[in-house]
Design a protein around this ligand. Structure first.
Ligand SMILES: NC(=O)c1ccc[n+]([C@@H]2O[C@H](COP(=O)([O-])OP(=O)(O)OC[C@H]3O[C@@H](n4cnc5c(N)ncnc54)[C@H](OP(=O)(O)O)[C@@H]3O)[C@@H](O)[C@H]2O)c1
Length: 271
């Protein structure tokens, strides 16, 4: 496993994503992920699975202190009092008294960002969250947030078929981590011939090549999701090989315009 030491916090660079995992599948997969060695779990109020994640955490033999747990506040709850209430619900459902990281899930122009960030800072000073951050914040929103609060990460879609050069540069200049979500492009990387071909050389799948490409980048963490036990073991088996500079360059040259997460409320990504 690769770890980052950022702002006095230790973060496993590879985590387990839980979007679209609900009910028993979610509980089982989080438990299996912990058994397989994952120590970083990503959930959100909006995923409707915090109770199952919480059950898996409490059933697991792994100590809470060894797990990096992230949740997110939904965009309807960005008014400060609602942020606090939403965080309390997350804590209760996740059966924990703190989150390692709490993110604003999507930017919204319906609520002033400074007030929302103040609420997150309050949660931090009360010890209910250790770090705070943002998600889906394009460059201008991200810079604005960085001016107002100690942002730990910006969690955005990033994989070999979608670039994030501007955000990466801004994050690195500020010593902030970029967390790559949908690192497998929700499955599309497995159909990308170049990744399949490169994978053959290393005895790895296209998905493992995609994850390794992200993890070889300084300041990038990532959180693949799977509903299969076999796949979750494959997705963590990416620390026993290294992509050559040439192969990294060939992946860099793939067209980077396949965005898979495109809700109607998404911000202007170029802003
Ligand atoms: N902040 C945000 O707005 C946001 C948005 C999207 C995602 N996220 C986070 O990022 C996480 C990952 O993104 P994602 O869930 O969108 O998609 P993803 O991880 O890019 O891809 C998941 C898809 O890939 C397949 N897959 C996974 N491992 C595989 C393997 N080894 N072999 C073959 N297929 C495999 C899965 O199918 P199987 O289940 O069949 O394995 C699933 O269809 C989410 O779970 C969530 O935690 C955050």
């Amino acid at each position: 496993m690769k770890y980052y030491e950022f702002q006095d916090t230790r973060l496993p660079a590879l985590g387990f994503g839980t979007f679209r995992l609900v009910g028993e599948t979610c509980r089982r997969q989080v438990l299996k992920a912990l058994e397989a060695g994952y120590r970083h779990i990503d959930t959100a109020r909006a995923y409707d699975n915090e109770e199952e994640v919480g059950r898996a955490l409490s059933e697991s033999n792994v100590e809470r202190s060894e797990i990096f747990l992230t949740s997110k506040v939904w965009m309807d709850d960005l008014e400060p009092k609602r942020v606090l209430r939403s965080a309390e619900k997350s804590l209760r459902h996740l059966r924990t008294d703190y989150l390692d990281l709490y993110l604003i899930h999507w930017p919204s122009d319906r609520f002033p960002l400074d007030a929302t960030l103040d609420a997150l800072m309050q949660l931090r000073s009360e010890g209910k969250i250790r770090q705070l951050g943002v998600s889906n914040f394009p460059p201008a929103f991200f810079l604005h947030a960085c001016e107002m609060a100690p942002i730990f990460t910006n969690q955005v879609e990033y994989h070999p078929l979608l670039g994030q050069d501007r955000l990466l540069k801004l994050a690195r200049e500020r010593g902030i981590l970029l967390t790559a979500y949908s690192p497998l492009a929700q499955g599309a990387v497995f159909k990308e011939e170049l990744l399949v071909e490169i994978g053959r050389k290393y005895g790895k799948s296209a998905g493992q090549v995609a994850l390794r490409w992200l993890l070889q980048q300084d300041g990038v963490a990532t959180i693949p999701r799977t509903s299969s036990e076999e796949n979750l073991r494959d997705n963590i088996a990416v620390f026993d090989f290294e992509l050559s500079g040439d192969d990294v360059e060939r992946i860099n040259l793939l067209p980077k315009n396949q965005r898979t997460v495109t809700p109607a409320f998404a911000p202007d990504w170029e802003s």
